[in-house]
Ligand binder design. Sequence first.
Ligand code: ADP
Length: 474
Amino acid sequence: MTLKAILALTQVAILAAGMALLGTLVVESFERTLRADADQLLSARADALEATVLGMLQTGAGDPASFDPNSPGFDAFSEPRLFFEIWDGEGRAIAASPGLPAGGLPWTDQTRAAAESGRPLTESVSVNGRRARVVTRPIVEHGRVTAVVRIGESLQAIDQAVNDLLRPLTVGSVLVLLVCIVATWLVVSRALDPLEEIAATAQRIAATGDVGLSVRPEGTAEVRRLATSFDHMIGRLRRLLDSQRQLLADTSHELRNPLTVIRTDLDLLGLDLDAETRQEVAAEAQEEAERMSRLVADLLFLSREEEAAVGDAEPVRLDRLAEEVVERLMALAPEHEVRAEDAGPVVVLGNEDRLRQLVTNLVENGIRYTPPGGHITVRACRPDERTARLEVADDGIGIPSEHLPRVFDRFYRVDPARSRATGGTGLGLSIVKHIVEVHGGSVWAESEPGVGSRFVVTLPAAPPDVRKGAVGEE
Ligand code: ADP
């Protein structure tokens, strides 16, 4: 069953139950009031009839002829809805109203008990299949029941009044219910139709893979929010797919170059070359193969990084890490002056291996884009309580300002030939950016062509207690 039908049915069921309860209460209270009024009137009539009969008993000394129902004494009780019976103390009927149906007023056990004990009684009985109220009044003289007066009134008028009330009440309730069903259907449709559109769009995307589809933010606030979130999600998916496609295209492109060189070199090696040329060709093939390996390693690193969160963050001494990387790379770049400046302990929370990779990439770039004899300086410091800062500066070739915003993009190279010649994969800075972002920091570059470049990384500093622990451990 659809949500729309469930909502409409639930509302109608609650409304119907509520109206039925209310209707029953109204009708019952109306009937009770009418009956109380009728009982009061009947009781007054019974008083009068009792007084009349008592008067007749006393004047006529029990002569049955004096109980002629047509005698003027009974005129006051000759209304068509009223009927009465008079019985003597021996249980003989001595008078009855002319309109009384054949068989007279019924005697129940209660009536008999009341008549015998001299107790007055008001009860509901059925006279000729119609409901009636009957008052039984035993007349007691000198401790003996000398007569029993019974006067009854048909409840037809009350039943009629109740029916007259019930009919418009029922018709009105049914009308209200119908209006309610239609109104609920319309309102619920208006609220839920956009949901169906979202579901249909999701199905279409699943079936066709077309992430260019979107939904209109319509309907209630919640549905609009859902539509907007859905659109955001699709937008993100679209960008993700685009970047995956782009990555695939870029990667194929990047791999094609070294493969072409290696194939050409292999062809050349098949020719009759002198020993020196042969060695050069083999070295070139070797170099290209190494570059391909580095590229594949960088790509693998990036793809694993994108899947993983930072993992278990541990306190890392950024200053020690910088020193360690500098020491290692210094040995590999004897023609450059690589050094780490000591600015005191700097502790961050993060993954040590990834942070080491970050520092390595920046220092390697410094070496790669600085001519021999140039300087590369690494400095870790804490400009304020909450920030850790790492700066890698060089006095190398620099980066023209128009390239600066894009150097962190994948495979972006200012000078592709130079990057390739120095063994770059074009992924170093995008890996740096990713690691920094995963650690909640930011990175930017400042540079002047011919003067040098400075790469600045800021990360959240470890809280004081962690910091003290990490520094104290030394
Ligand atoms: P690559 O493998 O080409 O070095 P990166 O992503 O590490 O790739 O760097 C992207 C580009 O940014 C490089 O090709 C280079 O042109 C430029 N670049 C990076 N670091 C420096 C630097 N220290 N000095 C000058 N140019 C740099």
